[in-house]
Design a protein around this ligand. Structure first.
Ligand code: HEC
Length: 147
């Protein structure tokens, strides 16, 4: 009886660890980072288009999210994570990793430059979107598979 309970506990722990590992898979982590970047760009776009009133706190938080997420992003492509979990990562990432990383860090640097002088009104947010947005298409074109 006691042994059964112990074995059940071990089996159950194994399941729990398995679930955590899935959320930790690099494919899942990097997709979540990009979703955060996309969400932050959406929040900035709402301000830039005048759909939402200018709010310095929202602008700062969005730029911070873009900065932090884009810097963490290139570390989520270890060998072995080329496929699976619906990844859209192109094999080219592993062929020219330095260029890929530079593109990610460029987005981070652009966000940092904007954080150093936070866009102060709707028009400035619109300009910032242009600067940041140039990074998205450039990298997706080269390194994201089209579905
Ligand atoms: C350094 C390259 C790079 C840059 C810069 C970049 N992306 Fe991505 N993005 C990718 C890659 C690679 C994927 C596919 C990741 C995967 O599926 O494993 C992706 C996926 C995405 C996704 C889909 C996430 C999902 O799976 O749900 C969104 C949304 C996205 N990017 C938005 C953006 C936006 C907005 C920008 C610009 C602010 C941006 N990205 C800049 C490389 C980049």
């Amino acid at each position: 009886m006691k042994l059964k309970a112990v074995m059940f506990a071990i089996a159950f722990t194994g399941l729990a660890v398995g679930a955590v590992a899935a959320a930790d898979e690099p494919q899942v982590v990097r997709q979540a980072l990009m979703k955060k970047v996309g969400g932050a760009m959406g929040a900035l776009a709402a301000v830039g288009k005048g759909e939402k009133p200018y709010d310095a706190a929202v602008v700062t938080a969005s730029l911070t999210t873009i900065s932090e997420s884009s810097k963490a992003f290139p570390d989520q492509f270890p060998v072995g994570s080329e496929t699976g979990l619906e990844t859209e990562a192109s094999p080219k990432i592993w062929e020219t990793p330095d260029d890929f990383k530079a593109k990610a860090l460029k987005l981070g640097a652009d966000a940092d430059a904007l954080l150093a002088a936070v866009p102060a009104d709707q028009a400035a947010v619109g300009e910032a979107l242009g600067v940041l947005g140039g990074n998205c298409g450039g990298c997706h074109q080269a390194y994201r598979l089209k579905k």
